[in-house]
Design a protein around this ligand. Structure first.
Ligand SMILES: [Cu+2]
Length: 154
């Protein structure tokens, strides 16, 4: 009898854990499309983050909830860099990612944006979920050399 109870407890714990983590990984703003359509993009604010070898500038970026933004992500370094901020990408309603010379990509949300040296990509979005989110460059060694920051939604 004790063995059966133990097995049930383990099964329940396993289900609880997998349920938790699966949900967490999949989380993003589900009504992003409606929020993007409803927003007044004529009131859009522009912010810029510059990537160099090896820093984000500014390293602390603050956005206000509900305002439409264009975030200009420019790489002034000599090598490619990543703008990786998974928590942040799940906290915003994404409209699109645009290259001024090549076109644009529409997607419910991103997990990382890679920018080649000397190039710029514009992220159009609306901050939805308040919080602080890690920003890193995931290329090997770059975070350790200083390519990290924090994005806040207030
Ligand atoms: Cu980098």
């Amino acid at each position: 009898m004790k063995k059966i109870i133990l097995a049930l407890v383990i099964a329940a714990a396993t289900m609880a854990l997998s349920g938790c983590c699966h949900h967490h990984r999949g989380m993003h703003v589900r009504d992003a499309g409606d929020r993007v359509k409803a927003a007044d993009w004529s009131k859009m604010e522009t912010a810029t983050v510059t990537m160099t070898d090896f820093a984000f500038s500014p390293a602390n970026i603050v956005f206000r909830q509900g305002i439409p933004y264009k975030l200009v992500i420019e790489n002034k370094g000599t090598q490619k860099h990543y703008f990786t901020a998974e928590g942040f990408f799940r906290a915003i309603a994404t409209r699109k990612l645009q290259s001024n010379s090549d076109g644009e990509v529409k997607a419910p949300y991103f997990s990382a944006i890679e920018v080649y040296p000397g190039r710029t990509l514009d992220l159009y979005f609306i901050p939805v979920t308040k919080g602080s989110y890690h920003l890193v460059c995931t290329i090997e060694g770059h975070t350790e050399m200083g390519m990290k920051g924090e994005i806040s939604i207030e």
